[in-house]
Design a protein around this ligand. Structure first.
Ligand SMILES: Nc1ncnc2c1ncn2[C@@H]1O[C@H](COP(=O)(O)OP(=O)(O)OP(=O)(O)O)[C@@H](O)[C@H]1O
Ligand SMILES: [Mg+2]
Length: 484
């Protein structure tokens, strides 16, 4: 037994994040930690990793009661953590980030070249699409996640915590992560693994612990339980995991895109999916439509009118919203309350005589909080203080409130729990019924197949296929990987 937690409590100014956190993690085992958004998973892991201090309960490391005051204390006994939200320094390189704060292990004057080459080796061993000299600020969320993993692997000795390591990764990187986890287990390292992709449990989990509302409600061998049981424990009720969307009759054409590599249209009431591997150009497509990286060639038409958004503001004015995959960098103002984040893109609606009416803002944001079940002490809580999945819900609320005709969703369900996913899909369906045109980029093929009316497949920056709703995962993968 490496680590035992018993009755861990943690309160954040009114929010009881953990009431009774229990966990026992052994060497050479993968222990999955499951629970709804805001259940307290990350909080419990941050206590283990020395980032937060517990209010009560006992933490034992190899039988000894311990109090880690800072991450360095946990690291010193051999605990490292892959964080859910990137903690990397954007202005530094990949290699520098892998070594950041670890100078004690190597002496203060670690040679830059040595650092670079050892980082390169680590990246190569794991087949990650990264270069040691790249600046982290230029990386996609998926690439940043891989840097976080390298950072944890480097100097990993006894226990590694993975907090949703695959949330932003595509299929092939996910496979690499599983391989890494299995190798670590083989070496006798203990692994704590948080995920909302429950199918991953079958791949790697030996043990499962379920948290609900800060309480440990289930603990057992993965083999002795079932997926339905786990989901039931998680949400405290039965959940229909298969979302079936009724097909609507599309209305008139809303969006028509004809730019290099991408020609398609979306009608009122349609949800068009976009599939592809990491780097296939899906996010770039969204960014072009949203005016972040305007295209000089071709044309975009909205309800027949030619538009050429050269900035997100122009795109929003033209009737396009982008719900970004990168909620921390572009989706949220982490230092502002939930209330202001939700009204930010539509301030005019809550402003009278040039003054933002806070009471109105409060009413609006509470309505969205209830609708999306955003778990927070109040709408005055800073967005940065929310759990990962709840941050994502705030980004969605912000654009729902803006009420544009066209909505682009880039990986909308990233980090969102099973119950809340169904709510997000229901909202997308509601938007479609209101006559909006929706584009949904997702790496989760089963979700695309459940929600989309048609699926565009991208590869190498181009749309290579347009498949009907009745297509299969195999067919999508075929077009995404090799083409016809
Ligand atoms: N630093 C903080 N300050 C205030 N509240 C916090 C802080 N960190 C977490 N919380 C609150 O504690 C609760 C548990 O959050 P936690 O991040 O542990 O959830 P989680 O299980 O990891 O959820 P998710 O699946 O969405 O990542 C949430 O209600 C969250 O808002
Ligand atoms: Mg979390």
């Amino acid at each position: 037994m490496l680590l035992e937690l018993e009755g861990i409590r943690k309160n954040f100014g009114g929010v009881q994040a953990l009431k009774r956190g229990d966990l026992r993690a052994a060497a050479g085992e993968v222990h999955a930690l499951i629970g709804e958004n805001g259940a307290g998973k990350s909080t419990m892991m941050k206590i283990i990793a020395g980032m937060y201090q517990r209010d009560g309960g006992d933490v034992r490391w190899k039988g000894q009661s311990v109090h880690f005051q800072k991450p360095g204390d946990a690291h010193a006994v051999g605990i490292s953590m892959v964080h859910q939200e990137s903690l990397l320094a954007p202005h530094l390189t990949v290699a520098e980030n892998i070594y950041l704060g670890r100078e004690t292990l190597h002496g203060p004057l670690l040679h830059k070249a040595a650092m670079q080459s050892s980082a390169s080796r680590l990246i190569e061993e794991n087949n990650f699409p990264l270069q040691a000299h790249w600046k982290v600020r230029d990386l996609s969320p998926a690439q940043r996640q891989l840097v976080e993993i390298c950072r944890a692997l480097h100097g990993a000795s006894s226990l590694i915590i993975f907090d949703e390591p695959t949330a932003s990764l595509s299929e092939s990187e996910t496979v690499e992560v599983f391989r890494i986890v299995r190798e670590l287990r083989q070496k006798g390292i203990g692994i704590l693994y948080i995920t909302h992709r429950l199918v991953e449990l079958a791949e790697i989990a030996d043990k499962v612990t379920v948290l609900r509302d800060g309480d440990t409600v289930y603990h057992g061998n993965y083999k002795d339980t079932s997926m339905d049981e786990i989901v039931h424990q998680m949400v405290g009720r039965k959940v229909e995991r298969i979302y079936e969307r009724e097909k609507l009759t599309p209305g008139k054409e809303v969006l028509k895109v004809d730019i290099p590599g991408a020609a398609f249209s979306i009608h009122e009431g349609e949800i068009v999916g976009v599939a592809g591997l990491m780097g296939a150009g899906r996010t770039e497509l969204c960014q072009t439509l949203f005016g972040v990286t305007p295209s000089d060639e071709g044309e975009i038409r909205i309800e027949g009118r030619k538009v050429h958004p050269k900035s997100p503001r122009e795109a929003v004015d033209a009737g396009i919203a982008l719900i970004t995959e990168d909620r921390q960098q572009t989706g949220l103002a982490l230092e502002l309350p939930i209330r202001m984040n939700i009204t930010m893109a539509n301030l005019g609606a809550v402003t009278k005589a040039g003054i933002v009416r806070q009471a109105e803002e409060k009413t609006v944001s509470e309505r969205f909080r209830d609708k999306l079940q955003i778990r927070a002490a109040s709408v005055e809580q800073n967005a940065g203080r929310l759990s990962g999945g709840n941050q994502q819900k705030v980004v969605i609320a912000k654009w729902l409130y803006r009420d544009t005709k066209i909505v682009l969703f880039d990986e909308p369900t990233r980090g969102i729990d099973v119950g809340a996913k169904a709510e997000v899909f229901a909202l997308m369906d509601e938007m479609a019924r209101e006559g909006k045109a929706i584009l949904m980029v997702s790496s989760e093929l089963p979700e695309l197949l459940q929600v989309a009316d048609r699926i565009l497949v991208m590869r190498g920056g181009k749309i290579t296929a347009e498949l009907p709703r009745e297509t299969t995962q195999e067919e999508i993968m075929h077009h995404a990987a090799v083409g016809n």
